[in-house]
Design a protein around this ligand. Structure first.
Ligand SMILES: [Zn+2]
Ligand SMILES: [Zn+2]
Length: 338
C-alpha cells in the first residue's frame, strides 16, 4: 500500500494522517444521528467485538467452576495468570514480531520514522525499550490484572456483590456491556489526568512515558501503582448489578485493549490491498507531546477541557499557545513570590 495516499511524511521520516482526528460523536455537539450511525461500526469492529469474543471464550471454557472459585488458593489463580499471559504474549508478541522485528511493512503508516531498537536509552532496563517494557508487563502488569480478576470471581462465587444470573436480565446486561468501553474511557481519563500531577508523574507515570516512541510492549509498561489504578475500573462490578462474563470482557478492554494506542502504526497491512485501522494516533500524540489527549477521543473529554490534539498543524499551534500561556502563568507566579 502507498501510505502517502493517506498521509504525509516529513523530513525526519515521521508520518501523519491527512485527515484530522475526530472525537467520537456520541456526546459531541452539535449532535448528529447520522454521524453516530456512521461511527458505530468502528465502535464495535474490530476491537470491542474481539474483546467480547475473548471474554466469552475465557468465561465459558477457561475459567474454573463456581465451587473452585469459592476458595482462595494458589492453583486456580496461577492458571488464570498463565492464560492471561499466554494471550498477551501471543497478541503483543505477534505485533512486535511482525511490525518491529521483521518490519514486515517497513515504516509505511509508522508515526515515528525511527524504530525504538535504533535508539537504545539508559532510561530502560538493559537499555532496551522492548525488553524493559515486556519485563514490566509480565512482572507486575499481568499479576495485578489477574489479582483483580481473582478478587472479582471470588466475590461472585461467594455471592458478595449485586451479581445477577446471565439469562435473567439480558437487556440490562447487554446495555451495561455496550457502555463498558465508555466507562473505561472515563475512568482512564480520571486516573491518567491524576498521575500527570507533577509529583505522581515523577514517581509513577514517568515509567510509562519513557517510551516516547511507543511500540506494542509499551502498552502495559507501567509503574505497579499505575497498574493498580489502571485496572481499578473493574471494581464497578461490585457496585452495579453485573455478571462475571462482563467482568472478563471489561478486563479485556482494559488489559488487552491497552495495545491499541501503542501499535505505533496507523494501519496494519493485511494482504495486498487490505489494512486494519489501529486507532492508535490519538494516544501516540499523547506519548509524543505529554500534555494532550489524556483520554482516547471516543468521548470528547479532551475537547471539553482544551487538551485535544487532532494531529494537524493547527493542533500543534493550539498546543503551543496553551503551553506558552502555562509558562507565562508560572513565570508570573514565580515573580510574585520573589
Ligand atoms: Zn500510553
Ligand atoms: Zn500520560
Amino acid at each position: 500500500m502507498n501510505d502517502l495516499e493517506y498521509g504525509t511524511r516529513d523530513k525526519r521520516g515521521d508520518w501523519r494522517p491527512k485527515d484530522p482526528l475526530k472525537v467520537g460523536p456520541l456526546l459531541d455537539f452539535p449532535w448528529s444521528p447520522i454521524r453516530v450511525l456512521k461511527w458505530l461500526p468502528a465502535y464495535f469492529f474490530p476491537w470491542n467485538v474481539t474483546f467480547m469474543a475473548v471474554g466469552a471464550l475465557f468465561w465459558f471454557f477457561l475459567t474454573p467452576s463456581r465451587e473452585t472459585l469459592q476458595t482462595l488458593s494458589w492453583d486456580w489463580p496461577l492458571l488464570l495468570l498463565l492464560r492471561n499471559s499466554a494471550l498477551i504474549l501471543a497478541l503483543y508478541g505477534a505485533l512486535e514480531l511482525h511490525l518491529y522485528i521483521r518490519r514486515a511493512q517497513g515504516n509505511r503508516f509508522k508515526f515515528n520514522g525511527k524504530f525504538p531498537s535504533e535508539q537504545p536509552s539508559s532510561v530502560f532496563w538493559f537499555k532496551s525499550q522492548s525488553v524493559d517494557n515486556a519485563l514490566r508487563t509480565f512482572g507486575t502488569g499481568l499479576p495485578i490484572w489477574t489479582a483483580y480478576e481473582v478478587l472479582m470471581l471470588w466475590c461472585w462465587a461467594n455471592g458478595y456483590g449485586p451479581w445477577v444470573v446471565l439469562g435473567d436480565h439480558p437487556i440490562w446486561l447487554a446495555t451495561f456491556a455496550l457502555v463498558l468501553p465508555l466507562i473505561h474511557e472515563v475512568h482512564f481519563f480520571c486516573i491518567h489526568r491524576l498521575i500527570h500531577v507533577p509529583i505522581l508523574y515523577k514517581w509513577v507515570h514517568s515509567v510509562h512515558h519513557n517510551s516516547v516512541n511507543p511500540s506494542p510492549w509499551s502498552a502495559l509498561s507501567m509503574h505497579p501503582v499505575e497498574h493498580l489504578l489502571y485496572w481499578s475500573d473493574v471494581l464497578i462490578h461490585l457496585v452495579i448489578p453485573s455478571h462475571p462474563l462482563l467482568v472478563l470482557y471489561h478486563l479485556q478492554i482494559t488489559g488487552t485493549g491497552a495495545v491499541i494506542g501503542h501499535v505505533g502504526f496507523d494501519k496494519v497491512e493485511a494482504g495486498q490491498e487490505g489494512a486494519v485501522d489501529t486507532h492508535a494516533y490519538a494516544h501516540y500524540l499523547h506519548h509524543k507531546y505529554f500534555e494532550v489527549n489524556y483520554a482516547d477521543g471516543m468521548l470528547p473529554i479532551d475537547k471539553w477541557i482544551g487538551t485535544w490534539h487532532d494531529g494537524t498543524k493547527d493542533g500543534d499551534r493550539m498546543m503551543q499557545e496553551r503551553y506558552k500561556k502555562k509558562v507565562e502563568k508560572m513565570n508570573r507566579g514565580a515573580a510574585e513570590q520573589n
